[in-house]
Design a binder for this molecule. Sequence first.
Ligand SMILES: Nc1ncnc2c1ncn2[C@@H]1O[C@H](COP(=O)(O)OP(=O)(O)OP(=O)(O)O)[C@@H](O)[C@H]1O
Ligand SMILES: [Mg+2]
Length: 510
Amino acid sequence: MARAIGIDLGTTYCAVAVLRETGEPEILPNRDGEDITPSVVLFQEFGGSDEPLVGTMAKHSAASSPDDVVQFVKRNMGDPSWRFDSSGGASYTAEEVSAIILKRLKEDAELALGEPVHDAVITVPAYFDDARRTATKHAGKIAGLNVLRVLNEPTAAALSFGLDTSAEGIVLVYDLGGGTFDVTLMRIQNGEFDVLGTDGDRNLGGFDFDNRLIEYLAEKVQSQGGADLLGDTSQVAVLREKAEMAKRSLTTVATTTVHISADGKPYRVPVERSEFERITADLLRRTEDLTEMVLEDAGVTWGQVDHLLLVGGSTRMPMVRGLVERLAGRPADRSVHPDEAVALGAAIQAAVEQSSSIGEQLDLYEGQPLVVADVTSQALGVITVADDLRTQVNTIVIPRNSKIPAKLSEDLLTIRDNQTALHVEVTQGDDTDPQYVVVVGDKTLPLPPYPKGAPIRVIYAYDIDQTIFVEVIDLTTNNSLGTFEVDRLANLNDDQLNAATAKVSKLSVL
Ligand SMILES: Nc1ncnc2c1ncn2[C@@H]1O[C@H](COP(=O)(O)OP(=O)(O)OP(=O)(O)O)[C@@H](O)[C@H]1O
Ligand SMILES: [Mg+2]
């Protein structure tokens, strides 16, 4: 059987790994020999059709052809209105752009392994909601992959750490990548990986630290008499490249100088590490607050944390390591590779899934089955009407951090005599005020003509991939009134999915 691969589909960089026969996961280099591939697509046009180029060469083109380059597409996953229009005249959804990246990763893996690849586990931030998870699965499908499951990135990192070190106990995974921040608390015991709690921010990563530096550089150029560079897309693209390079330099040296040319004149902007830390202090602070909140919600103190894992390229910044080690009062574990841990863990899970699909059990953990128990990252609720029959309230059905798969229900009463329909609105978010939560799906189901106060049960089932299924039961007769799967609103339907698969399979991706 062809081997299953693990894919870390990052906001800025991707990595691919496979579990070797020895039981050790290993990174598969791309066709250029690199261990990580920038998640960047350059849309080149040849004879009226697109020939997308993925990776390092595409990343280098971002400054010279900003209009033909797509970066950070992961931030747009699950946003049905987002499109990239290529100069070849085609329009791409976020799923399609991600699929183009995945297609390239798949082909590179096939080259490295010398065999075709079908099955894959793709990782997602723990904080991704259902729509974003489904969009990721769709991207895999469009790329011609059989997505065995989507796996949370911090869980994947803990898997590779656990297998590598045989460590047990409570693990805190602090993952600051290119575009997202995730913090997860886990317990590893006898081959079981139990998630105790998770939180994060989908829009907090190295990208935001770069943005601060971009603003800083533009301001300094202006104060030296230069023009405002922020209004010019290609200048911003150039600044972005320089800012990221300066940020990386500041990880190893205390001062760096950025050279910028604008209106034909050269500008020199020195940046001190302490200054960079000052202009990004609030971003770091946000990660601190979220980390403290996860511990508090799980009822775990810093003293009980046995292992501290730093994952994601942005944890290389000295201020990040400093913060986490100061909070924990202990050094972070050094055995974790910030760029590779997630893909390695995904490869382990891919092999486990693949062997269990043929009824075998992979013996990785001293004879114990490897079990991953994740939790929901967002609360799910239903909108109901309060006793005054007017005010709408959001009633939580599945609280955040519930163990998945989860199945919970809420009993409602009909609010009128002869009420002929029930409108079920499924929400995502913690607030009781519907204004502060998102309606992720809804359906109107017919009701038998009962008097007011007839009991109705709404059951939510959350599966392992965090996809939501809803069933509504008429408690008077115990009959099902209907079932539905949530979130086809933000995602592609089957026809769109087939069309996208045909479109991407025709593209030759370089
Ligand atoms: N030496 C370094 N110093 C500072 N930042 C760095 C360094 N090396 C990499 N980074 C930053 O790390 C980020 C990339 O990290 P990583 O590859 O873990 O993210 P990702 O997986 O693409 O994103 P995400 O997990 O958020 O989807 C980039 O913002 C990059 O600038
Ligand atoms: Mg990542």
